[in-house]
Design a protein around this ligand. Sequence first.
Ligand SMILES: C[S@@+](CC[C@H](N)C(=O)[O-])C[C@H]1O[C@@H](n2cnc3c(N)ncnc32)[C@H](O)[C@@H]1O
Length: 242
Amino acid sequence: MDLTQVLHMNGGVEEASYANNSLIQREAISLTTSCRVKTITNLYCSLNPKSLAIADLGCSVGPNTLLVTSEIIKVVEKLCQELNHQSPEYKVFLNDLPGNDFNSIFKSLDTFKKKLRDEMETEIGPCYFSGVPGSFYCRIFPNKSLHFVHSSSEVKLEVETEGSFSINQLEVFGVNMHALDSDLSELLAKGIRAVIEPLLISHFSEGVTKEVFDRHRKILTYGISKERTKITNLTVTLTRKS
Ligand SMILES: C[S@@+](CC[C@H](N)C(=O)[O-])C[C@H]1O[C@@H](n2cnc3c(N)ncnc32)[C@H](O)[C@@H]1O
């Protein structure tokens, strides 16, 4: 079985969808904001690009999909105002595996752009979005076509061996699950279901998943009652060597 054809998050907006169950990932993204702001500020100030190409690898579909893109555009627009620069155009490439619900993302883009303009209270540079279906373990972009690449997915740390990038920052931090202030076993169980259910269905068909996830939820409830739960996150900032 080719995993890249089967793996994808639960699409749509139903109860079991990734869109409704990605709070933990959102927390991890918000904890790493300062690192991205620093990186994009340095990048913009050193290159002053007229056209800024941004990619999000493993963008999925849901409230987190355009979170980082929106954050980057806001930082750059603010810099442009401070430096009295004209806004660049933004080329945003959203990558995930082919089974990802790209259609839902595309349908949300007009609302996203309007919200961004409203929040900035000013015109922003033109934004062009493209979906890039395919595995990020293969070449999916033309040579030297991107300025900024973000991934909150599990991009492998093969960079040092591969040799094209230098590591600027490497931070390990824990997301304290008890800080998320909701029924933790429910949050975790639904979050994991939204990620792996399509994979289980492809192996065992739809009939078994309810029973599997009900049992999983009970195991989590028991485990969480015994210990405080932290999820470990790794944040790495890289620059391509010239
Ligand atoms: C846990 S989700 C994170 C999604 C989103 N970035 C967020 O923070 O909520 C990981 C995403 O990476 C995607 N993914 C996993 N392996 C991938 C690969 N080899 N190439 C492209 N996308 C991949 C999955 O389909 C999934 O949408």
